[in-house]
Design a protein around this ligand. Structure first.
Ligand SMILES: CC(C)(COP(=O)(O)OP(=O)(O)OC[C@H]1O[C@@H](n2cnc3c(N)ncnc32)[C@H](O)[C@@H]1OP(=O)(O)O)[C@@H](O)C(=O)NCCC(=O)NCCS
Length: 329
């Protein structure tokens, strides 16, 4: 049995390579997600591999930089090769599984289970009482998550729209909202976002918000025009290094469920100012968020697939929330 231990920084490229090999093997075994997210033709294979590897390495580096014990590796005793990896993100009382991948030649021998046990124990030791993740369609992954006591929740709808079909209307003047643009380093606004996150997303996560803004996301804190009290916030961003270029809408958070269409409308209007024909857009809508669905459909978004979401308990109020992504939510 390989040794399971926290990853050393120099092992992150090998861990990213395990991710890539494992994903490619999984695609051969159980196929790609039907339809893809944007209905795009099969992407150039080498460009896709490079993007996936670099994306995994970047994410692993961020997680490891935040917390050196967030990334775990399984290392073969014979030659020290990395044959499996897992990574999590602990956000206050929430444990979020970010990666769980075993090299195809080493699968089915308990390595994935051992990695998952160690990362989960880390969450327990940190005092977490909510354990959440987005699962692949691999039956081995489903087995491991069910064995851990997590249960499937309403799936996430992965919406996409090609740039030339996106019709994002401008902000409505009569939506009763006042927008305060967000800037990195605006501690007062970020503290209010933290309060909103706590109420709806379940935890504060100031470092994630600061990083997304520093990476170039555009967003606003929205307040009710009549009372000046907070109503929600949104971020929209163009993801760099993706082929084709993709814009991401989220997080989008409304304190009251009835405000979801207005707050999402503000996010879409902001996206509309960034729109260009070559830029496709992605929007993840939790199955509970019934009010976001008609808004998404009306502006041209179409569901590419449903993403399996597992949790030990509700992570937050997903009826009024659009996540940033399927890993940190
Ligand atoms: C998911 C993954 C990490 C598991 O790692 P692993 O080392 O193969 O896992 P383990 O050997 O510890 O456990 C696999 C379990 O799945 C079960 N399993 C394997 N194939 C299965 C199948 N076709 N149907 C149902 N269960 C299956 C095994 O019986 C085993 O359960 P058991 O120990 O209770 O018998 C690995 O298979 C992998 O990398 N998959 C591709 C990448 C992926 O999708 N990762 C998950 C991302 S969310």
């Amino acid at each position: 049995m390989p040794t399971v231990r926290p990853a050393r920084p120099e092992e992150l490229p090998a861990a990213a390579m395990v991710y890539l090999r494992s994903v490619e093997d999984r695609e051969r075994r159980i196929g790609r997600s039907p339809g893809g997210d944007f209905g795009a033709a099969d992407p150039d294979r080498e460009a896709w591999r490079a993007t996936e590897y670099e994306g995994a390495l970047r994410d692993l580096s961020i997680l490891h930089g935040d917390d050196p014990e967030a990334v775990w590796v399984a290392v073969a005793e014979t030659d020290g090769r990395v044959v499996g990896m897992a990574a999590d993100a602990v956000r206050e009382r929430q444990w979020l599984l970010y990666f769980l991948f075993v090299d195809p030649e080493h699968q089915g021998r308990g390595i994935g289970g051992a990695l998952l046990e160690r990362t989960h124990a880390r969450g327990v030791a940190a005092g977490c009482d909510v354990f959440s993740l987005t699962s692949s369609r691999d039956p081995a992954a489903l087995t491991r998550y069910l064995a851990l006591g997590l249960l499937p929740q309403p799936p996430t709808i992965v919406f996409g729209v090609p740039g030339d079909r996106a019709a994002f209307p401008p902000a409505r003047w009569d939506d009763g909202l006042e927008a305060i643009p967000l800037h990195p380093g605006d501690e007062v606004a970020l503290a209010t976002l933290g309060d909103l996150d706590k109420a709806v997303r379940g935890v504060r996560r100031p470092r994630d918000l600061a990083r997304w803004l520093a990476e170039g996301a555009t967003g606003a804190l929205l307040s009710k025009r009549e009372t000046g009290t907070p109503a929600g916030y949104f971020l929209v961003a163009e993801r760099s290094g993706w082929e084709p270029d993709v814009g991401r809408i989220g997080p989008v958070l409304a304190l009251d469920e009835e405000r979801v269409p207005d707050v999402l409308g503000r996010a879409l209007a902001a996206a509309g100012t960034m729109a260009r024909p070559g830029l496709a857009w992605e929007l993840l809508v939790p199955g509970e968020n019934r009010r976001a669905v008609p808004v998404a459909l009306a502006v041209g978004f179409r569901p590419g697939r449903l993403q399996a979401y597992f949790s030990s308990a509700p992570i937050g109020r997903f009826d009024r929330y659009v996540p940033h992504d399927g890993d940190l939510f």
